[in-house]
Structure formats: C-alpha cells, structure tokens
Design a binder for this molecule. Structure first.
Ligand code: FE2
Length: 170
C-alpha cells in the first residue's frame, strides 16, 4: 500500500514515560504490557473523514455555544494555533475538539463535585476543522484552576484539553 510510507512511527523518546508513579493519575492510565504493533488496513488510512459542513455555526465559540440567559462568567480569550505534522507542515482538515472547566474551575460533568458553581451559560466544549494551513481558532473563557488529588494541596493550573483527529487513524 503506497500510503503506508506517509505515516511515521511515533518517536516515544520525545515523550515523558507513561508510568510516573509520583504523578498518581499515570499509575492507572499507563500500559502494563509492551505495546503491540498492528497491521493497518485500508480503513486506518482512509478514515475518519470530517468536513466543515458538519460543524455547527457556534461550535468554535464556547462563549456563545451554550449560552442560555446571558454570557458565561469569566475572562474572555481567543485561543489559536496550528496543527503540524512531524515535518512541520500544516495539516488541513483536522478535527480539533476542546473541553475545559469554567471560570471557577468546574467541569460540566457528573463526576465533577468540586465546590465551584456550574455556570448555566457555559458548556465547556467546542470543535472546529483546521484550514488549508492547519490553523484553528476558538473563543472561550479562561478556565479556572482546580484541586487535584495527587498530593495535599495539589492544584491543576488553568488548562484546556485537546483532541485531534486527522485524516487517518494510522
Ligand atoms: Fe482538566
């Protein structure tokens, strides 16, 4: 298959070890057995396929896409960047999904029981497709830090989670 050479194996030497016991979350989330290399088939090279037409008009606007009775609480910001491949080339048509806590540091999720209030006008999720240069941008509220049970008085600083889906699972 000719497309096979387009996918470069991940260089795991560029990443921190998956298992870092002092960072407690990594204990349950890291593999216990050596990784397997699976033979890719056509579906891994040709899918998934996403298009701009599938995006809602406000999907990339976290300030407005969940607003019910007004604007969400917090400091407004624009986040932008570029998705690039291993050779520094922009990757067009990549689905970028983001999720984050609200300004108080609370997620809209049933498992989040932090004392900060849910913001009725903030959902905390968005998505967009990169343009021809791999660029993306979205409007949002600066997320708040939240406590984290790694050790006593451990806090996660303000952050936004990203998920990227390119043109092939491989
Ligand atoms: Fe988080």
């Amino acid at each position: 298959m000719t497309q096979h050479s387009e996918f470069i194996q991940r260089d795991r030497g560029q990443h921190p070890p998956a298992l870092t016991p002092d960072y407690k979350t990594s204990v349950l989330r890291s593999p216990r057995l050596p990784l397997w290399s699976l033979q890719n088939s056509l579906s891994e090279f040709t899918g998934p396929v996403f298009s701009r037409e599938e995006m809602g008009q406000l999907d990339h606007d976290l300030i407005k896409n969940y607003a019910k009775t007004g604007d969400p609480i917090g400091e407004r910001t624009i986040v932008h960047g570029r998705v690039m491949d291993e050779n520094g080339r922009g990757v067009p048509n990549t689905l970028v999904e983001v999720w984050q806590a609200n300004a108080g540091g609370r997620y809209r999720h049933k498992n989040d029981t932090y004392i900060a209030a849910i913001d009725p006008n903030f959902g905390g999720c968005g998505r967009m497709i990169t343009d021809d240069t791999g660029a993306y941008a979205f409007r949002t509220i600066k997320p708040g830090a939240y406590p984290f049970r790694n050790h006593v008085n451990s806090w996660r600083p303000a952050h936004i989670h990203f998920s990227l889906s390119g043109s092939g699972f491989a």
